[in-house]
Write a protein that binds this ligand. Sequence first.
Ligand SMILES: Nc1nc2c(ncn2[C@@H]2O[C@H](COP(=O)(O)OP(=O)(O)OP(=O)(O)O)[C@@H](O)[C@H]2O)c(=O)[nH]1
Length: 598
Amino acid sequence: MPEAPRIRNFSIIAHIDHGKSTLADRLLEATGTVSARQMKAQFLDRMDIERERGITIKAQTVRLSYRAADGEAYALNLIDTPGHVDFSYEVSRSLAACEGALLVVDASQGVEAQTLANVYLALENDLEIIPVLNKIDLPSADPDRVRREIEDIIGLDASAAILASAKEGLGTEEILEAVVRRIPPPGGDPAGPLRALIFDSWFDSYQGAVVLVRVVDGAIRPGDRIRMMSTGQEYEVSRVGHFAPDAVDRDVLGAGDVGFLTAAIKSVRDTRVGDTITGARRPASAPLPGFRPVKAMVFCGLYPVDSAQYDQLKEAVEKLWLNDPAFSYEPETSSALGFGFRCGFLGLLHMEIIQERLEREFELSLISTAPAVPYEVTLADGTVTKIHNPAQMPPPDRIAQVAEPYVRAEIHLPKEYVGAVMRLCDEKRGTQAGMRYLTPDRVLLTYEMPFNEIVLDFYDRLKSASRGYASLDYDFIGWRPADLVKLDILINRQPVDALSVIVHKEKAYYRGRDLAGRLRRVIPRQLYEVVIQAAVGGRVIARERIPPLRKDVTAKCYGGDITRKRKLLERQKAGKKRMKQVGSVEIPQEAFLSVLKV
Ligand SMILES: Nc1nc2c(ncn2[C@@H]2O[C@H](COP(=O)(O)OP(=O)(O)OP(=O)(O)O)[C@@H](O)[C@H]2O)c(=O)[nH]1
C-alpha cells in the first residue's frame, strides 16, 4: 500500500519580513516536531549568515506529524523556500515539489511585488493557495483592506483567508486543518519507473551530497542504483529518510513523498536543482519538466589583499564551487591586483553571501572589484564571444556590436511615487512596457531595462524614490545591442585594469568625471602627487589630482605620550589591511567599489 493519501506537501510564500520563519516555528511547535524549549528562534534559518541577515537563503524541509480533527494521522511536508529575487529558480523547483502553499501576507503591509512573483510561480505549478493574514496583533493591521488586495491584485478568493499572529501563536491550528482539508493529496504512479525531482542539496563531509527530493513516480530504497537524467551519472543510494527536524532514516521514500537521500555523491554540483533522478535498471523515458541549468549574471574579481593568501583563496573558491552550482570561478590576472579569480553569481545578494563566507569561514581578507554584468561582443570578423570582465573588452576598431543583458522589471508601488519612479526608470535607460492600477492606490509598473543599471544602484535609488514602499522583481528577457564603451582609469598614467567599467557612450563623460572625483576622495594622500585620469579609447575625459602628503602623521605626538604614538601607528596599519599597492600608489577597497555609486 502506498502511503500517499495521508501526505500533504506545502510551502510558505511570503514577502521578506512578513513572518514566514516565525510561522514555520509555530507549526513546528504546534505539531510537537520541536518543543518550545528546544526551539532556537527561527529554526529553519540554518546558517549563521542567514540568521544575521534575517533572510532564508537555503531551502530546508521538515516533516510535521499531525493528528487532524478527522482523527487521521497526516505527514505534512513543509518545504521552505528562499525569499529573494536572486533565487527565483530554486523557488520555482521547491514549489514544483508541492501541491499547495500558504500565502502569508503582513496584514499591516499588504501585497508586495515579490509576493506576486512567487504567487504566479505557485499558480503556474497549479498549487492550491491558502491566504494567511499575519500580524493581526499589530494595531495597524487592516485585514479587510489586505483581503480586498489579495482579491483585486492576485484574483484569489480571500474570503476564507486565515487571520493569524505568528508571534502570538494565533491561527496555527486553523492553518494546519486548512493544509489537511484544502491541499490535495499527491498524485503520481507508485508502480511506475522512478522519477524524483531534486529541489535542494548541500554537502555533508561524511555522507557527500544530501539531496532533497520529491518522489513523483516509483520509490527509492537504500541500495538502489539511481541515475541523474541531465548528466547520466549513476550512484548507489546509501540512505533515504526525512527531517523532523533531525534526520530520520526510512526503508523507502514512496510516490508523493518528500525526503532526503545520500549516495556518496562527491559534490553538490552533481545534484542540480530541477534535475530528475530515475532508476538505473528501469529508467523513466522522460524527465520531469522544468529543468534549467543556472546561469551566473553578475561577475566580479576577487583578489587576496595579501598575495601570500592566493593558495588559500584558491582552495576556498574550489570548495564553494563544489557546493554551489550557481557559483562559478576562473583564475584571472590583473596587472593592478595580481593573481585572483573572476567569479560569477546569480545576483548581488548571492555575491555578498559568497564574499562573506570566504572572509568568515576561510579567514581571508579580500579586495573585490565592482560587480559587472556579462556582455555579448560580436567582432568585426563575425565571431561572437561573452566577456565577463570589462578589462577583456577588445579595442573599439575590432568590435562590430556589443549587446547587454536586459530584464523585464516589475515594480509595485503606491500611486504617489509613480512620477518619481518613472523618472528614475527613464534615467536608467528603461522603456516602459506597462502601467496598471491594481487598486485605486497601488500601481504595477513594468519596464524593460538593462540589467547593468539594476546592478549599479537601482534598488537603493528605487527605495529612496519611494520612501521604501516600492518593491522590485525582474526576469531576464535576452541580449540587446547598445552603444557601449570601455571607460579606463589611469593612476599616475598607468591604466588600472581592475577599475575599468563598461558604460553607455552617452554617459561616459559624466561617469568618467564622477568616478575620477570619487577616487580622489577615497585614495589617501601619498608621499607623491597622484594623478587620476578617466579615458575612453585612449582619450582622456577627466583628470583629478591628489596633492602629496607633507607632514609626518606622528609629528604632532613628539614629546608626548609614547602609547598615543603607537596607537596611531597601529591604526594606520589596520587601515592598510584593505589596501592594495598599485604601482607606487596604495588603493583602498572602497576605490574598486566606487564605480558602483553614481
Ligand atoms: N507583531 C508581529 N510581528 C511578527 C509576527 N510574525 C512575525 N513577526 C515579526 O516580523 C519580523 C519578520 O519575521 P520573519 O518570520 O523573520 O519573516 P520572514 O518572512 O521569515 O522573513 P525572511 O526570512 O526575511 O523572508 C520578525 O521581527 C518577527 O518577529 C506577528 O504575527 N506579529
